[in-house]
Design a protein around this ligand. Structure first.
Ligand code: MTE
Length: 332
């Protein structure tokens, strides 16, 4: 068996890695809101607000999306949080171009209002949810997760959302549902690279149903206490911290339950390089590069050392059992 489980499942930070006071602007405000018991009310009023249109793309200028502190084990790392500027300007979102600067440059054309997500396939209660309905489905939580990209860089981001399992429970998957597919919007009018041959659009990602039910799988509406900027997958995306970043589909319009393993965008494009599972695994290299280390965005400088990549991106204690008995070299 390939799975080892750490005794306690948590990483121990060195003092220099702890987020200094004041770096993460909204944390204090969130705590205040929570203490006053107004976080829920603030969210409800936010849901109907015009600010949802999120035209200004400057850090700290988007609509607030307060979330209570998460009770989910593994949702908090004591590592330094990536600067908002880096997290919102160094992205992959191929619908807007293949350069890391393209999404921030081009995603202003994405229209996020009105927005709805069709939940369909092998479920008892299929339903098309408006964004406002989705926002109110369960309390928003703030979760600080590492995101490790398959290309070898990583970030630490305070996301806001709730476990996807809350939505799954509402629609009640049928007994033969085994997989969940996440389909991104593909509108050539507002997404300039849809239509290019770089991928087979729409961007599709998928999970096994038990992975999708895991509490760490976050249906995400915000980051840094605000709604998602367009380039980060507004208005709703997945965040799966134990998997390579490309598994976390952005700007989702459809969630479909199936009995067969879906073909995903990157798997279709290069199956030998991007497997269905794509769990972060430092001992299984990408065919063209090692996955043993990573560069933390914001730490690049002449003397910045690379970090060792952790099994399941450091979430082994939480998710390891999902893969017990599997050969992760074969099911990469
Ligand atoms: N989702 C869509 N629809 N299109 C994409 O190109 N890129 C993926 C993922 N989700 C991508 C996507 C990749 S490769 C990464 S690393 C993450 O988004 C980047 O997410 P970030 O904006 O949080 O950095």
């Amino acid at each position: 068996m390939l799975i080892k489980t750490h005794a306690n499942g948590f990483d121990h930070p060195v003092p220099s890695e702890i987020t200094p006071q004041g770096i993460y602007r909204s944390r204090r405000e969130l705590i205040k809101l929570m203490a006053a018991g107004t976080a829920g009310a603030a969210l409800a009023s936010w849901a109907g607000r015009e600010a949802l249109a999120q035209t200004p793309q400057k850090p700290g200028k988007l609509a607030a999306l307060p979330g209570g502190k998460s009770a989910v084990a593994g949702a908090l790392t004591m590592e330094k949080i990536t600067d908002y500027k880096d997290a919102s300007s160094y992205n992959n979102f191929y619908e807007f171009g293949t350069d890391k600067a393209d999404p921030a440059r081009n995603a202003h054309t994405l229209v996020t209002k009105p927005w709805s997500v069709a939940v369909e396939g092998l479920v008892k209660n299929p339903k098309t949810f408006t964004l406002e309905e989705l926002l109110k489905l369960s309390p928003q939580e703030e979760r600080i997760y590492r995101l490790r990209c398959v290309e070898g860089w990583s970030m630490v981001i305070p996301w806001v959302g709730y476990s996807l399992s809350e939505l799954i429970k509402k629609v009640e998957p049928l007994g033969n549902a085994k997989y969940v597919e996440f389909i991104t919007q593909a509108d050539p009018k507002t997404m300039p690279f849809v239509g290019s041959r770089v991928l087979d659009w729409p961007y599709v990602e998928a999970l096994r149903l038990d992975e999708a039910m895991h509490p760490l799988a976050l249906l995400t509406f915000g980051m840094y206490g605000e709604v998602l900027p367009n380039q980060n997958g507004a208005p709703v995306r997945m965040v799966l911290p134990w998997k390579y970043g490309f598994k976390s589909g952005k700007s989702i319009v459809k969630i479909r339950f199936t009995d067969k393993q879906p073909r995903t965008a990157w798997n279709k494009s290069a199956a030998q390089e991007y497997g269905f599972y794509s769990n972060v695994n430092p001992s299984v290299d990408h065919p063209r590069w090692s996955q043993a280390t990573e560069r933390r965005i914001g730490e690049d400088g002449l003397f910045a050392k690379k970090r060792k990549t952790l099994m399941f991106n450091g979430y082994e204690a939480q998710v390891g059992q999902l893969y017990a008995g599997m050969d992760l070299k074969k099911d990469f």
